[in-house]
Design a protein around this ligand. Sequence first.
Ligand code: SF4
Length: 353
Amino acid sequence: MDRKDIRIIGLLSGGLDSALSLASMHRLGYDIVVYHFENGFHAAPAPGEATPLALQTAERLGVPVRFVDNSREMIQVVMHPEHGYGSRVNPCIDCRILMFRMTRQLMAEERARFVFTGEVVGQRPMSQRRQIMNLIDRESGMEGLVVRPLCGRLMPETLAEREGWIRREELLDIQGRGRKRQIAMAEELGIGRYEMPAGGCLLTDAGFEIRLRDLLRFGEPTAQEIQLLKLGRHFRIDPGHKAVLGRDAADCAALEALLGPDDLRFDARDMPGPHATLRGEASPEAVRQVAQLVLRYAKADPQREHVVAVRRGAADAAATVEQVSVRPMDEEQSWFMLVAAEGRCGGYGGEAT
Ligand code: SF4
């Protein structure tokens, strides 16, 4: 069978290994479609930051890329990982099982014969050990259907080899964390940039873990609440409420974009400073405390009261709900409420309700 008649799916993240895997399968002549999963836990690329390398490579090779949003399913996985967490709150094994399971369905839709990935045995401590890779294939229903071009010679035989769609000698035997062979391959395949831009998985980030654990104490988060964790400074007001203050203009604009119609926005009336958001209905005490926080970060004079405007909804549709006159919050109180990256999980000592 001519390889251009064999449709296959490239399940690619974004980095160098994915790009190499794609370029080598493309060179073998398959009909490829790339799938890229967006699980909501990756750092947003900074404005102007380059597209991930594997997706740039797909574009250069004329390979179509389809994006799948599995953030809803991923929240469940993060909350209840059957195979536990890695060093932080990263449930890598279950994350891969979820992605492979979803890909199993996509194979039927695409009439794809097999899937390939950019995995390398032994490169990642949790999900790229050989036994774990086999377990992930088995539990996702993908056993024998995943070809790993960079390390396939070290893995069990796949359906693709049995059917003669690919030969074992066309697969490589790269293993471990070294990058030497990949860099040489990148040069040979004309892939110029080796480093992946920022935008890695935040579930492996210490600061993000603290914010996420704080959120999980108080129930099942929404996808929007997960996006909010990536921005600003977070303050736990009470079990039902958390305020988020922008750290800079970009943060404030991003917070603004995430405001829902019922969310509150706080701005100091007579001075520049960050604005804050508070989700949903709030008690008068919560409103007062968030107004105090806004004044503290606007560096307002602590000796007197200032006015903070409270609006509901996004800026273009927002109506002023009230104007609150308060003094700035003192440092100790704001520190107590901060959901910080320095080893604390917010100041609220109560249990989830
Ligand atoms: S690092 Fe994050 S995205 Fe990657 S497998 Fe682990 S949980 Fe999933």
